[in-house]
Design a protein around this ligand. Structure first.
Ligand SMILES: NC(=O)c1ccc[n+]([C@@H]2O[C@H](COP(=O)([O-])OP(=O)(O)OC[C@H]3O[C@@H](n4cnc5c(N)ncnc54)[C@H](OP(=O)(O)O)[C@@H]3O)[C@@H](O)[C@H]2O)c1
Length: 302
């Protein structure tokens, strides 16, 4: 076996105990050696710790899945949101620059105000409506304004997968507990299975490592599953799966409501569907339909 066959790309996985990171660990191709980093040992908000840890590990790739993801919690804790989601990614960019690593950072559809009615492209101007969205936008900007050469900022939406707190699991619990649910029908976006996103991250990283790839692939990429739905339509599909599996006798009464009827601390975009054209063009990859991916999730496959 020669050196090339033995060489594995060292990947520092930040926020390694979170939902997306769990899937990144599960689907990491053979050629990667993962170093998991998370609280309490590794705090993204402590610049010296970030620089010294990554300086010692010297990964070729840093994938940042860490974030303060409680969207409503961010409204009353904007300082923490800013530190974790806004400034922390800048420290990672600084560390990546010092060791020549590629940084993959995750961002969100909540950087947009949702006033469009056609899919958001990477060129559309962000205008967040929430503290979470503002903090995530700051995270993008700290990376873009660092002098790091190789980075991918991957915006995603409505994420669900094993081991996380998310809409699918909330609906699974509520349809079993209640006879009637009222779900918001005037916010439209696209659910994204963590398995599809983890694969997309690795396909961008494969391109990054390829000697024949075009020179500068760095920048923002939109990735969600294909298609669109409201939270209401998403909940109907979830209930249908539960009925199919025999976990509920029949689909319960699920009623569509307007955003105003379910007030929450953080404002959400009314429309946040992504165009995935850039991702598809650059990676040559396809994007699965959200309904097919939800079926896989319920079948416990990836
Ligand atoms: N979930 C969604 O619907 C969604 C939608 C769009 C974009 N995204 C983005 O996708 C990425 C992954 O989301 P996710 O849902 O997988 O997140 P998650 O499950 O909430 O995991 C985040 C991880 O980061 C850790 N963390 C928090 N503060 C940290 C700090 N200061 N230092 C180091 N680690 C810290 C968390 O630890 P603790 O649990 O101990 O706090 C947790 O293990 C995030 O960038 C998120 O903004 C998510």
């Amino acid at each position: 076996m020669n050196f090339k066959e033995e060489h594995k790309r060292c990947l520092a996985l930040i926020g390694a105990d979170g939902m997306l990171a769990g899937m990144v660990r599960r689907l990491a191709p053979d050629g990667y050696d993962l170093i998991p980093l998370d609280l309490p040992d590794f705090d993204l908000t402590v610049r010296e710790k970030v620089l010294s840890t990554l300086g010692a590990v010297r990964p070729e790739v840093i994938v940042n899945c860490a974030a303060y993801t409680n969207v409503d919690g961010c409204e009353s804790n904007e300082e923490t949101a800013t530190a974790v989601n806004g400034l922390g990614p800048g420290y990672l960019a600084e560390a990546a620059k010092a060791i020549g690593a590629t940084l993959v950072h995750l961002s969100t559809d909540y950087v947009f105000d949702g006033t469009k009615s056609t899919p958001y492209t990477e060129e559309d101007a962000p205008n967040p409506r929430s503290a979470y969205g503002r903090s995530k936008l700051l995270g993008e900007q700290t990376i873009q304004q660092s002098s790091l050469e190789k980075f991918f900022i991957v915006r995603t939406s409505w994420l669900y997968g094993p081991g996380g707190k998310h809409f699918v699991e909330t609906i699974v619990r509520l349809v079993k507990e209640r006879e009637e649910l009222k779900i918001i029908a005037d916010q439209v976006g696209t659910p994204t299975y963590t398995a599809d996103l983890a694969r997309a991250i690795f396909s961008l990283l494969e391109l990054d490592a390829s000697p024949v790839a075009p020179h500068n692939l760095s920048g923002i990429y939109h990735f969600s599953d294909e298609g669109q739905c409201s939270w209401y339509e998403f909940s109907l599909e979830i209930a249908t799966h539960l009925a199919r599996k025999g976990e509920i006798a029949a689909v319960k009464r699920i009623l569509p409501i307007a955003t105003e009827e379910y007030p929450l601390p953080a404002k959400r975009p009314a429309y946040s569907v992504f165009s995935k054209e850039k991702y598809k063009r650059v990676s040559g990859g396809s994007v699965p339909d959200w309904r097919e991916s939800l079926a896989k999730y319920f079948d416990q496959s990836t």
